[in-house]
Design a binder for this molecule. Sequence first.
Ligand code: SF4
Length: 149
Amino acid sequence: MSLKARSRRNAIHAMLFYSGGCNGCDIEVANALLSPRYDLEQYKVLFTWNPREADVLIVSGIIAWQLLEPLKKIYSMIPNPKAVVAIGSCPINGNVYKNLVGDIGVNEDIFAPLDNIIPVDVKVPGCPPRPEDILEGVVKGVPKLVEAP
Ligand code: SF4
């Protein structure tokens, strides 16, 4: 097993990318999962804001047009092998936003589903999903990282 695979088996670095929505999912990640109650880091899942350090990209939100190119760029900056976890119904299917068509043409400005843009390994549905389900989703992406040569 390579040093990188061995390191990943012991600690996964996850990066959260918010792409538009109500922030409910981000609260579950940034507040609940990192709180003492769930204590994500006890499972050796560590957060990073540096895509070059990340192993797992966690995406929340509807992929608003302003964030489409930044999302692609960040995805390309994460070294291979990498896993993508879509959390919440927004990146999976557009959720409540997909049928909104207002004066600003909201519907044309939403690029969900995420798997039309980048490959998605794990989908965690819910609005928002429970913290336990998000944690399970991140862990489901681990085999892809550690089994890679
Ligand atoms: S899935 Fe629900 S909670 Fe999460 S960002 Fe979308 S609307 Fe908000």
